[in-house]
Structures are given as structure tokens and as C-alpha cells.
Design a protein around this ligand. Sequence first.
Ligand code: DP6
Length: 350
Amino acid sequence: MSFEPNQNLTNFSVTAEVPSNIALVKYWGKRDPERQWPANDSLSMTLNAAKTITTARVVTGTVDSLKRQDQSGRLTSMDQSDKALRHLAFLRRELGMSGSLELTTRNTFPTGCGIASSASGLGALTMAAIGAWTGAKNLDELEAAGFNGERLAALARLGSGSACRSFHGGYVLWTAGNEPDAQGVLQVYDQDHWQLADLICIVSREEKAISSSAGHLTAATSPLFRPRLAGLPERMRRVRAAIAARDLDALGAQIEAEALEMHAVMMTANPSLKYLQDASCELITWLRNEREARGLPAFFTIDAGPNIHVICSQADSDKVATRILAAFPQVTIISDSTGGGPTLTGRQLV
Ligand code: DP6
């Protein structure tokens, strides 16, 4: 399909919606931070409700502007040192694009409560910017302009590694390959293969003191890092087999061990990184007890923060959420599930 770019781009606005994802096998540690080459393969589930919605438009002038809208609708302008604006400048150089952009972005989930927003945020920024520069009105036109999902994922990865896994729905594998350019992102199963719930339990709203980008850089100082890498191919094999068989018990055992192992690497790194809080540990201890003593069919995973993602079947999610809230009334739950990939909608402004 050939694609004629819109000649009057300043009258064109494009909105990208890119979902967040939760890693079941974690990306932790980089072989080459410059080229965003991860130390290991990782696998995630794309989320449905938690996403970033970014609108972009080409404007006259020489400066990009980015406004973040919070839950109450208030807009905050980002300064030029913001990670997203730096990625935008990189994209423009790398792709030889011209035109300053005006962007507005918002998350469908509360920010500043420890839920990672860099995967969906950098993903949506990448897609919206390229949509505005090319004048593409949908994903087919973006592909016809030379930007298929694979290329968009590779570009978004350079802004934030985990963003590359948000360009497909369902269950997504990011392979490290044996050189930086041999990385790949592929959908292992789509969202209809197995619908799981992710009950994101907010135990703390504190901003983390050390970003994951900084944490990745010290991962290799942990004496547990090499043994972890040695064991990961087998864990990946088991996780993939459990997803293939839709076997929650088998998946749950793997993802819990995986999350704890990543946090053990973090805590034994130099300097030591401790993201888990007492409230995180209380919740996971309770969950394990409920499962063993009362058969609650739910398992946890944790990202680089104190909040706990409880994974269970969609059918059990209300029951599991009710039990969590009865035991931990101070916890807020964001209820999410397996979702589809991103969308792009462009429209001519009158
Ligand atoms: C713990 O993708 O946020 O969530 O590439 O430096 O932006 P950068 O890091 P980021 O790391 C995510 C780490 C993780 C695990 C995961 O999502 O795989």
C-alpha cells in the first residue's frame, strides 16, 4: 500500500493509545545501555485499562512542548530535560524528521503511585510523534509510511526498554539476541488465548528514589546476577509452557520465584536497592497463606517498586479483590486484565 503524506501537517492531530505491560519474566540489567541491549530475554502480558494517551500536532516554531494532564485534568508543562522530550529530539535526529511538536499526554491510571508509566508513556510518545510527522491517520498508514510495529517497538525501546513490549497485545516476548541489532519483539499469544486479571495493589504512593534505568546499571554488581542469568532460559521455557497450557498454578509458581529473584538481585547489588516495603511483604505473605490454607487461586509479581500485582483468572478477580480489601483496607486496587495492542487515530483539524 502506498501512502501520500498529508501536506498540511499543522492542521492535523494524531492520538496514540499505548497500553502498559506487566513483565512475567523480568528485564533487569543491560548489556549495553547506549543501545538498550538487555541482559536477558523477557516476557510480558499487555494490559487493557492502564494505558497512556498522547496527542501530537506539528506546530510552527522551533521548540517542542509536552504537557502532562493529571487525573483532575490539570496540565503541567515538561521542561526540555524531561526523558520524553529528550527521546523526541533523538527520534527527530534519527529519522531525519522536521517540525516541532506540541504534545499532550495523560495516563488512564494514577501516576506517582509507583505504577510504571515509562513503557506506555514512551511507547505513546514515539507513536504519536511519528504519526504527526508522517500524517498517518491509522496503523495501516503508519506502516505504509515505513513504520510497522517492529520498527516502532525498536524506536520506543531506545526511550525505555519495556516500552517495546507494548506494541502487541496478549503475551509478548522481547529477545535479547546475540548482538544489539539482533533484538526482537514478538507476540507469543494474543489476548484471546488466555484472559488473566492483574489486580494492581497500591500499598504505597511514594515516588521511588531510584529509577529502574539507574537500577539496571548496577544489577551486574550483585553476586546473584550471573546465577540468575544462567537459570533464566529454563524459567522462560516453563513460563511459556504454562501460558501455552493456560495453567495458572504452573505460571504462578514461576512468576513469584521470578519477581523475588529480581528483588534479591536488586537488594544484593552495590549500592543495594530496596523497593519492597513492609506493606509489600505483608501482602505477599498473606496471599501465600490464603492460597495454601484456603485455596485462594492467585499469585503475585512485582516490578521495580513496592506495589504488588496479583494475577488470577478473570472469573476469580472480584472474589480475590474483595478478600484483599477485607484484609488490607488501606490498599487501593486498580483492576486490569490482558489487553490488545496500541491504536492510532489521526484527524484533520478544521
Ligand atoms: C522491573 O523499561 O523502565 O519493570 O529501559 O531503563 O527505561 P529502561 O527501564 P524500564 O525497566 C523495567 C524494569 C521492570 C521489569 C520489566 O518491565 O521487564
